[in-house]
Design a protein around this ligand. Structure first.
Ligand code: SF4
Length: 108
């Protein structure tokens, strides 16, 4: 609660920032949410996960998208960090098409 209050007043703990187009991992006051997201991703079977480079390219696409609001996609209601982590998922507007090239390296 204190962290939320701090975030809303603009004081930015640990050098993190408040941003409508930020990912959960980047937002002050969202550390617990990101930890939960991270645990979920870590629990995915490796065969389900997008590789690390694909994951980051998808998230860069989301950060440039007007549908991103504080880590969530307004089109589908998902936390984009979860949606992007699943190899089989796609952007509801098809905006990840250019990201989804064959590039199987390390996983998320
Ligand atoms: S999943 Fe698609 S529509 Fe949603 S924020 Fe990302 S790029 Fe935008």
């Amino acid at each position: 609660m204190e962290q939320e209050r701090t975030a809303r007043t603009g004081s930015e703990p640990q050098g993190k920032r408040i941003c409508r187009r930020c990912l959960t991992r980047e937002m002050a006051g969202q550390e617990r949410t990101y930890e939960t997201i991270r645990q979920y991703i870590d629990g995915l079977d490796s065969s389900e996960r997008a590789d690390g480079k694909l994951y980051e390219r998808r998230l860069e696409g989301c950060k440039a998208c007007e549908k991103l609001l504080e880590g969530m996609c307004l089109a589908c209601g998902c936390y984009v960090e979860i949606r992007a982590a699943k190899a089989s998922q796609d952007c509801p507007y098809g905006r990840w098409k250019s990201c989804d090239v064959e590039d199987q390296t390390d996983q998320v």
